[in-house]
Write a protein that binds this ligand. Sequence first.
Ligand code: 13P
Length: 251
Amino acid sequence: MNRIPVIAANWKMNLNRDDAKKLAASIAQIADSRVDREFIVFPGFLTISDVHEIITGTTISLGGQNLHYEESGAFTGEISALQLKDSGCSHVLVGHSERRHYFKENYETVNRKVHRALQDGLKVMLCVGESLEEREQTITEMVVVDQLESALARIALKNLKNMYIAYEPIWAIGTGKNATPEDANHVHQIIRKTISRLFNEKVADEMRILYGGSVKGENITELMQQEHIDGVLVGGASLKPESFASIMDYK
Ligand code: 13P
């Protein structure tokens, strides 16, 4: 199966407007020369419109890092799917481990967010991954399968084409430790099998499954050589033009 590689940048709670614009401009230049890959950038909410202006007309897609599961209403401080779309977003991250951990998003919240985003026309990048404790207890597979089953509950088959899965082992995020390419590939294979079991083999084959956790220029090539790794979701190394350029341009 020939799956188009996806390189995604999650800027998290970083960068002011000026820095975000500069970084977006440098990413836009590289993207123009790499039409064989898909690029998505997830800036902080307050810089989304600025980044949108810069990347309009390029092949880069724009995404929100989070959304609320209701369509609109009295939810002070929250952002809706329709507001994200109105600001130029086509994508949204759902279930990032930092949301699950620090903001207590549970299986049900994540599932509701997936439903809302798809219903309102956003493509969803669903994040899953185990903690260090869970890895040491050798329950990675169980945790990831649980996360997938709950997040994808009652999602219609036709919506799967608007989804990506990002496998981000929590112990590898921002720590400089990354899963070995073989370990990551093994979990990606489990994810693909689970999608196949829950839906069918065709959508599982087509699903892009990204790896995230201390991805950098030095390890991307080996990661991307793995059969089931179809892209990367990058945090820290996406914040500097040079380091992200080396990831976008991997051989
Ligand atoms: P790092 O690349 O900083 O480890 O972050 C990964 C991540 O959480 C991307 O969503």
